[in-house]
Ligand binder design. Structure first.
Ligand SMILES: [Zn+2]
Length: 282
């Protein structure tokens, strides 16, 4: 059985929750949980490679070198606490700043990563009253040391891809087995790494294509992760047609929180060599 996990990336202390709620109202109304990958202490001057300020920063927030932590009285934190039953949260980096090699955690050592992860978890726990169980690396980039640091503190990593050398050697057999079966979930230490099949696809598609895309992103996976970016869906006063189509496409699917995904993964058999797609998939 394939579970579906909806992941929204990049909400942070500058995010207006009323717009967030409007973007995902069709999903929330249908009872589908949305898992928010929250930036704990967002860097207010983070820029895309073309120099434009990242779209996840509210244009009305100050464009300066400071970080803005999520606090208990930050509007987003208040909203997430109020919708605790309908949502779950990931830790999404620390400040989403391009610290090294144009990434946040893509070129840090374990010892550099640990304090950022610990402080990020503390910030989110204090603001939200719950501690994330999963991590989403900014720009899908994790160094070998950051992998160790993350799995010392959290049980699940959701990312698009990872090079095998960045995993501990003990996870290499699981990596090969996962690539053979393309089930998108592999054991790393006592946790799980979940791959997704595309980052911003839904934001650029037509509503008519959504159902087929959901099938493509989830077929054969243990947990099919669908990645969303709220700022692609909140420009209009009425619900975005892609999100309406997504809610429809998910009917009769089992849509889960991070916690529920982990429970499901932990119950899977230890050895699974699915050759569904054959050796050519290696
Ligand atoms: Zn991000």
């Amino acid at each position: 059985m394939t579970l579906v996990l909806l992941r929204d990336d990049d909400p942070n202390a500058t995010t207006p929750p009323d717009r967030l709620e409007r973007a995902y109202q069709p999903l929330l109304d249908a009872g589908f949980p949305v898992n928010f990958a929250v930036i704990p202490e967002v860097a207010l001057d983070t820029r895309a490679p073309d120099g434009v300020r990242e779209r996840f920063l509210d244009p009305d927030s100050p464009d300066c070198a400071d970080d803005m932590p999520l606090l208990a009285d930050t509007p987003l934190a208040v909203w997430l606490r109020r919708h605790e039953q309908a949502t779950d949260v990931f830790l999404h980096g620390f400040s989403h700043r391009r610290r090294r090699a144009e990434t946040e955690f893509g070129a840090l050592s374990r010892d550099e990563s640990v304090p950022l992860i610990r402080q990020g978890l503390e910030t989110l726990s204090n603001a939200l009253g719950r501690t994330p169980m999963g991590f989403v690396p900014p720009w899908d980039r994790l160094s070998r040391g950051a992998v160790d640091a993350v799995f010392e503190h959290l049980d699940l990593v959701s990312t698009g891809w990872i090079d095998r050398p960045r995993l501990p050697i003990t996870a290499w057999p699981a990596y090969v087995a996962e690539r053979l079966g393309q089930r998108e979930a592999l054991r790393v230490r006592r946790g799980w790494l979940l791959r997704h099949r595309g980052g911003k696809i839904l934001g650029t598609t037509s509503p008519d294509a959504v159902a087929a895309l959901v099938d493509a992103m989830t077929a054969g996976a243990d947990v099919g992760v669908i990645v969303l970016h709220h700022w692609m869906f909140w420009d209009q006063p009425e619900p975005h047609r892609v999100i309406v189509a997504l809610a429809k496409a998910l009917l009769r699917r089992q849509v889960v929180t991070v916690r529920q995904a982990l429970t499901h993964l932990d119950q899977l058999p230890v050895v699974r060599l699915s050759l569904r797609r054959g050796l050519l998939g290696l």
